[in-house]
Design a protein around this ligand. Sequence first.
Ligand SMILES: CC(C)(COP(=O)(O)OP(=O)(O)OC[C@H]1O[C@@H](n2cnc3c(N)ncnc32)[C@H](O)[C@@H]1OP(=O)(O)O)[C@@H](O)C(=O)NCCC(=O)NCCS
Length: 317
Amino acid sequence: MPVVLNEILLGRRVVVRYRRRNGDATPPFSDVVGDLIALDGLSATITTRHGPVVIAVADVVLARAVAPDRRQILALERIASHGWQAAEQRDLDGWLLRAEPLAAHLPVANSVLPLGTPTRPLTELLTSATRFYRERGLPAQIQIPLPARGLLDAELATRCWTVARPGLMLSRPIVGWPMRPDAGGLSTMVESVPSSTWQRGYRARDGQLSQPAVNLLARHDQVGFASVTSDDETVGIARGVVEDGWLGVTAVEVAADQRRRGIASALMQSLVAWAHGQATYCYLQVETNNAAGLGFCHQLGFAEHHHYHYRRAPEAV
Ligand SMILES: CC(C)(COP(=O)(O)OP(=O)(O)OC[C@H]1O[C@@H](n2cnc3c(N)ncnc32)[C@H](O)[C@@H]1OP(=O)(O)O)[C@@H](O)C(=O)NCCC(=O)NCCS
């Protein structure tokens, strides 16, 4: 349904039809496709393949978001899968099997990602995948990007695989990143390894991480660990990876008593600066029941790229 250009579309890929300024122009309208990166009462800025285009809001006839297609969803999922590289990764006829039993709490490192279109029958694949996880003491689960893998999802539903941990893949262009003035005064740094300072901020600050957990976090050739400290205390952390022009941000966490002070915004700003010149888009994954995470992402202008959930094998429930 076409809508008028409004802030709901900020950060999204849009198609905009606008009236050409020259009254005699033929044709009288033109279309532009790109990312809406700025909008105020007077003008809209859209980055296109040929550079930024500024359109007067008064000339806009209609505008709508362009949803990513199946290929784009799977391409981003492939990029995101490199952001968490499990110790064991195996191809099963186009499906990526990932296992990191010592970090079993992270489904992203302990699940199947159905990236390719398999040639073998589904029952055979599910049997092989279930056996793979059972042998490692893990529940069999499949991460389903939607709607790209909608048919598989429906098939698993009929086989009583249950839905778990629904989430959103959010994205936005890096250009036009909103800078928060109060974030400037915070002491932020980005390191290439998860230092003890960084680790103190990870997962409820209960001490140092196990070596396998550290290995999993660091297993990437372009990874940055951002932290904010105050009075020698780590009050916030985030992890960034750069892959194929995308900055992927994970593990954003701010101490409960330090929230709403701009710390997470400062962490994001520092990772964007760290990725400068190497990434044009940023992605982040948030579970749908995480109101704070969603509020934070929307405030930063992230828009839904697609959604996903996990499907767990009946015997694993
Ligand atoms: C989500 C989280 C990282 C935000 O950290 P933070 O330092 O409080 O965030 P900021 O202060 O930079 O907030 C920036 C803006 O995000 C939005 N926001 C932040 N927390 C919010 C909340 N609980 N509800 C709604 N909006 C929120 C607000 O618009 C806020 O601006 P404002 O305070 O001026 O209104 C923090 O709540 C957290 O650590 N949660 C647990 C871990 C987590 O969920 N991580 C996933 C993050 S994607």
